[in-house]
Design a protein around this ligand. Structure first.
Ligand SMILES: C[S@@+](CC[C@H](N)C(=O)[O-])C[C@H]1O[C@@H](n2cnc3c(N)ncnc32)[C@H](O)[C@@H]1O
Length: 414
């Protein structure tokens, strides 16, 4: 009996050591950074040759690959000759589910993780503490960091696109505003799959400036507008669907609430908001979100939330949830405005009335005024258009239409 308990404890100890191991995660990332798997696509290679191709010390590369092969990542065919294993195939750049760029060693992240205890003691971001600036401020200033981040986000989106498209019927979403949508990888994939949808990509100016090639590659440029802006100030108004995909978990409750307030203010009463986040299960069950949540804490001091926490946050911003659809990793939450009339609806009504009045006046003027008739009904009297700010007193009807249209666009109804 005692021997049995001791054996169990020895096994547990082994499991614990494996869980606490740093070697495999770092070795795996180094192999990805060097593109080892890509060099083995054509067939097994001797480590000497492989080292020449990737610019490594042969003996050290052999030690790296031997360690990884002992865990099933790569296979050592014969002494010193390495091949792809089924796991290593997922590290090839051209695999549809490739994780190669999703495991890049991002220096600033690693430096922050070395201070995880700071976050645990204070509840603050170790990243901000170490780098003296927030994650997104550093991304704005450090081009190498930003490039690795973009590649990692692109990888995550490529992997997540299929389950997220399969889990939810996006066909009735009209125009989707992807808030903090990065360089548009997810939105581009969504629009490519649903030709009837239109999109608006919204993110910080230096981020959306890198979106055009992404939209172009997906063939959706014509259906996708790009709007730079700050989530905490204002977002495009009066659209059908607002998407917040893995955005709220970057922010503590007060900041997340501010984002939701800005979105709720921009929505029409019949708009919907779709929030995509990991929803953490209670209890000890494993969920990848519980690990992502640690990343959110260390890098940004934001939490990944459980369902009731997220719903309470939505409700505090006047958003009532309609349904939750879960996938293996992320969940899709749909919510609508709880208000009967929204600010945008009011502005929209006023603006439409204004537009109608304006065109009526132009028509009336063109019909009644003798000189207008002579000039082919193209001009209106100064006295007939004094009510609209910014409208010049005499203008062509097309100009009046344009200005009225501009007003409507400013008010978010066109
Ligand atoms: C975790 S990424 C998520 C990107 C995208 N939604 C996705 O799921 O791939 C967070 C995004 O928030 C953007 N962001 C951060 N602060 C922002 C702000 N104040 N206004 C607008 N976007 C912001 C970042 O540029 C980044 O693209």
């Amino acid at each position: 009996m005692a021997a049995c308990v001791q054996e169990q404890q020895a096994n547990t100890l082994e499991t614990l050591r494996e869980l606490a191991d740093l070697v495999i995660p770092f070795a795996l990332r180094a192999a990805c950074d060097m593109g080892i798997a890509d060099h083995l696509i054509a067939g097994p290679l001797h480590v000497e040759k492989l080292a020449g191709k990737v610019g490594a010390d042969p003996s050290s590369l052999w030690r790296l690959l031997r360690a990884l092969a002992s865990r099933g990542i790569f296979a050592e065919d014969q002494h010193g000759i390495f091949a792809l294993s089924p796991v290593a195939e997922l590290l090839c750049g051209d695999h549809p589910l490739s994780l190669r760029d999703g495991l890049a060693l991002i220096g600033p992240d690693l430096a922050a993780w070395a201070y995880v205890d700071y976050s645990i003691r204070t509840g603050q971001s170790a990243f901000d503490y170490i780098h003296g600036q927030s994650y997104y401020d550093k991304l704005a200033r450090d081009e190498d960091f930003r490039e690795l981040f973009d590649r990692s986000v692109e990888t995550q989106n490529r992997i997540m696109l299929r389950p997220l498209l399969a889990a939810y019927d996006w066909s009735g979403c009209g125009t989707i505003v992807d808030l903090a949508g990065g360089t548009g990888v997810f939105l581009a994939g969504l629009l490519a799959r649903y030709p009837q949808l239109r999109g608006v990509l919204f993110d910080l100016p230096h981020v959306v400036s890198r979106a055009p090639p992404v939209l172009e590659a997906a063939g959706v440029t014509e259906r996708c507008a790009i709007e730079p802006g700050n989530l905490f100030d204002a977002v495009p108004t009066g659209r059908d669907t607002y998407l917040l995909k893995t955005v709220l978990h970057d922010w503590p409750d007060a900041r997340a609430r501010r984002i939701l307030d800005v979105v709720a203010e921009a929505m029409r009463t019949d708009s919907r908001v779709i929030v995509i986040e990991a929803l953490l299960p209670s209890g000890d069950a494993f969920h990848i979100g519980k690990l992502l949540d640690m990343n959110s804490l260390v890098l940004a001091a934001g939490p990944d939330r459980d369902e009731s926490h997220l719903l309470a946050l939505l409700s505090s911003a006047g958003l009532e949830h309609r349904r939750v659809v879960r996938t293996a990793t992320l969940a899709i939450l749909e919510a609508a405005s709880a208000r009967r009339t929204s600010h945008v609806d009011q502005v929209s009504k006023q603006s439409q009335a204004l537009l109608e009045a304006l065109l009526d006046r132009a028509t009336l003027a063109a019909t009644l005024h003798p000189r207008l008739r002579r000039e082919g009904n193209t001009r209106i009297q100064p006295s007939l258009a004094p009510h609209v700010p910014g409208l010049r007193p005499i203008g062509r009807r097309s100009q009046i239409r344009e200005e009225a249209g501009a007003l409507a666009i400013r008010a978010g109804v066109a």
